[in-house]
Write a protein that binds this ligand. Structure first.
Ligand SMILES: C[S@@+](CC[C@H](N)C(=O)[O-])C[C@H]1O[C@@H](n2cnc3c(N)ncnc32)[C@H](O)[C@@H]1O
Length: 206
């Protein structure tokens, strides 16, 4: 995966993204927002906000900033905010999640939903999420991780050469992802039926 192919894929997806990936990812998004709800302060950064499909569901007293690398996905998000209100949203910006333009410790929580297996360097994505989160804040990564079932695993591996075309890596290992973060998750929970997607939750040490 590289930024050019990612932008190209999501330029293609933008118009139909919500129809294709709206419901299928809904449970993980809901879990993440429920997990965030009690966070005090509630300055939230959503990286890879995409079409902003989660934006109407943040607590109204949160202050949410969304960033994405795809101009076309952000256009849909901006339209959603202007059509639906989304009172929690204070900003949307085109930005690379691997080089965030925010100061250290800027947010109470940082969330990436279905982004870790899309970016070129998940390790760098996580390092940036950690950097901009304040000490004691929460970092949530909701993603598909490689299946432990033989048949699905073989299928995922066989799809790997198509990663650039489909816009995500189908076989990212959970253990590998956790290892490259260099941090210990506080919780790992299923984020879909059969646990096919998972939420990995971290608290930034104070
Ligand atoms: C599968 S979509 C997920 C969108 C949304 N989070 C959701 O819940 O549906 C992945 C998103 O990550 C964005 N993305 C991929 N690489 C990125 C990067 N390096 N920086 C910022 N956004 C990126 C894509 O443009 C796309 O909008």
């Amino acid at each position: 995966m590289d930024l050019i192919s990612i932008r190209k894929s999501y330029r293609r997806y933008a118009r139909h993204y919500d129809v294709i990936f709206g419901r299928v990812f809904a449970r993980g998004r809901r879990l993440a927002l429920d997990t965030l709800a009690p966070v005090s302060g509630k300055r939230v950064l959503e990286v890879g906000v995409g079409t902003g499909i989660s934006l109407p569901f943040y607590c109204t007293d949160a202050e949410v900033v969304g960033i994405d690398i795809s101009r076309e996905m952000l256009e849909v998000a901006r339209r959603r905010v202007s059509d639906q209100g989304c009172p929690a949203v204070i900003g949307l910006a085109e930005m690379n999640a691997e080089r965030l333009g925010f100061a250290d410790d800027s947010f109470d929580a940082v969330v990436a939903m279905y982004v870790a297996s899309v970016v070129p360097n998940p390790e760098q994505l996580f390092a940036e999420m950690w950097r901009v989160c304040r000490p004691g804040g929460q970092i949530l990564v909701v993603n598909h991780f490689a299946s432990r079932q033989w048949f699905l695993r073989t299928l995922e591996r066989s799809l790997r050469p198509l990663s650039r075309a489909v816009g995500f890596r189908p076989d990212m290992e959970l253990d590998h992802f956790v290892a490259v973060t260099g941090r210990e998750p506080v919780a790992i929970e299923p984020a879909s039926l059969f646990g096919y997607w998972k939420q990995v939750q971290f608290t930034k040490s104070a």
